[in-house]
Design a binder for this molecule. Sequence first.
Ligand code: NAP
Length: 252
Amino acid sequence: MNFKDKRVLITGSSRGIGQAAAIAFAARGAKVVVHYHRNQAAGQQTFDSLKGQEHLLLQADISDAKAVKSLFQSIQTQLGGIDIVVNNAGIFDPHPIDEVSYEHWQQSWSQTLATNLIGAANVCYCATELMIPNGGGRIINVSSRGAFRGEPEFPAYGASKAGMNAMSQSLAKKLGKHNIGVYAIAPGFVATDMAQPTLDGPDGNSIKKQSPLGRVAKPEEVAHAILFYASEAALFMTGGILDVNGASYLRS
Ligand code: NAP
C-alpha cells in the first residue's frame, strides 16, 4: 500500500493503536498529523519516530467542539487540506451500574460519549468540510467489538462504539456522492495502555483465551486494518465494519 503525499490525521496517535497507525502511514509515504490530548511527551516521541518529512504534531481535546475546529484550521493552514482521517482517540473508564454512584454514572456517560462519539462526529464534520472541495477522502472510525458483544462494566463505552458504527454507516451513505468512503474497525482487546489494567488483572489469562490464537491483538495488527480501509482498493467497501478480534467474538 502506498500513501505517498497523502495527508493523514490520526486522532490519539501519541500512544497505542494510533501511534502504530502513524508509524505505518509514514513508512508508506504519508504526511502524518500526530495528535494528542494531555501526553505531549508521547506525542513528541511518536512524531520523532516517523519516517519522512512534513509531518505535524498538534494538540486538541476531542471532546471540545471548538478545539476540534481549531485543529482542522491548523491542518488547513499548514497542509492545505486532509485526505484521510482516522477517528481513533477514545477513553475506556469503568462504571458498573450496580457499584457506582449516580453522579459517577452521569459523569462516565457524559465524558465517554463526548469523547468517543460526539468528538468523533465533530471530527467527521470538520474533515468533510475540507474533503468535499478537495474531491473526496476517507474516514476510518476505530470502534470496538464491545459495540456488538456488550460491555457490562463499561456500558457507555459499548454504546459509544455502537453509535460510532451507526454514524459510520449513515455517513457512508451520505458522503459516497462526494467520493468520501467511511468505515469502522472493530478490534477486540489490543495490547495498549487502555487495555493493560484489564489484561494485568485477574481476568487477563481468560481474556487471552477468548481467541483461538491465545492472545490479544498487537496495535500494529489494528493499524494494518486501518491502512487497508484507507487504501484506494477499499473504496467500494465503504460502510463496512471490519472485525480485528482473533475470532474471540463472531457476530452474525
Ligand atoms: P490508548 O493507548 O489509551 O490511547 C488513547 C489515545 O487517545 C491517546 O493518544 C490519548 O491522548 C487520546 N485521547 C484520549 N482522550 C482524548 C481526548 N479527550 N482528546 C483527544 N485525544 C484523546 O488507547 P488505544 O488502546 O490505542 O485505543 C485507541 C482506540 O481503539 C480507542 O478508540 C479505543 O476505544 C479503541 N479500541 C481499543 C481497544 C483496546 O483493547 N486497546 C479495543 C477496542 C477498541 P494522550 O496520549 O494525550 O492522553
